[in-house]
Design a protein around this ligand. Structure first.
Ligand SMILES: [Zn+2]
Length: 266
């Protein structure tokens, strides 16, 4: 049984050994692409390239529900997700890694729940990211000398365009350290399935520039792609170390209980 799922860029394909591709269909449609099932350091994992194998799915079209449903249906209990993020906080520098601990949702029009009635569910997202996985990731990053922020709030926007300067200022004032287009609703949907979710961000740019520093230009996508690709090897090493260290059974976190007390009784 595959208990660990990875959602991220197609650069992660080569992380898996002996991978087989599995075609899945869910009641919410097909996932972003075939799911690769293989192993990392002897541990079974399933991988979904969030934007499709050839990066053909924009952030607002990612089949978030199908991806989570498909992984959940395979028995996955824990998700390790990777995201490129823009920095809104000068201490989060391009090339840095960050473990998200909070999100602020600024997306709209995305289907962000499995419960449209008659079952009514209100899950808590007070602490949306798995504390056990964050602890393991933090330790592994420290051991490998990786520049890692152990926490950070992420604003999530629809995209696909990048922010205006005024929007960046607004998101910063709202308390966000980073900005991204795909973390939400993935995180909320995983929580509705009582899965553990670890969000690892790689800072690729300074969003719409750095206030007061005219030398820092607003982000362009080529820079995001270049910065991400340059850091994929580090990310892969980190994920392999994390996967190896994840205990077989859950219990040190309460993610599996996220539906307890959340359901409205008829
Ligand atoms: Zn957990």
């Amino acid at each position: 049984m595959v208990k660990i799922g990875i959602i991220g860029g197609s650069g992660m394909y080569s992380l898996l050994e002996n991978a087989d591709e599995v075609q899945k269909e869910t009641e919410y449609g097909a996932p972003s692409d075939n799911i690769s099932v293989g192993s990392i350091e002897g541990v079974d994992v399933a991988f979904i390239p969030r934007h499709g194998k050839n990066h053909t799915i924009p952030p607002h079209k990612v089949p978030y529900k199908a991806n989570i449903e498909a992984l959940n249906g395979m028995g996955v209990e824990r998700i390790i997700a990777t995201n490129a993020v823009g920095s809104l906080n000068p201490s989060y520098k391009p090339g840095d890694f960050a473990l998200f601990d909070q999100f602020i949702n600024f997306t709209g029009g995305r289907d962000d729940t499995f419960f449209h009635g008659p079952d009514v569910v209100h899950i808590s997202t007070a602490e949306p990211f798995c504390p056990e996985l964050r602890g393991i990731a933090s330790k592994k990053a420290a051991e490998s000398g990786l520049g890692m922020h152990s926490s950070g709030s992420v604003a999530v926007i629809n995209g696909p365009r990048f922010s205006s300067k005024a929007e960046s200022r607004y998101f910063r004032a709202a308390g966000a350290d980073m900005i991204n287009m795909t973390l939400y609703p993935e995180i909320a949907l995983a929580r509705e399935k009582a899965m553990c979710y670890l969000g690892i961000g790689l800072v690729t740019d300074y969003d719409s520039g750095l206030e007061g520093d005219p030398n820092i230009k607003p982000v362009d996508y080529n820079e995001v792609g270049r910065m991400f690709a340059a850091n994929v090897p580090k990310l892969k090493t980190l994920i392999a170390a994390i996967v190896k260290d994840i205990p077989e059974k859950r219990g040190a976190c309460s993610c599996s209980k996220s539906l307890e007390g959340a359901q409205v009784k008829a």
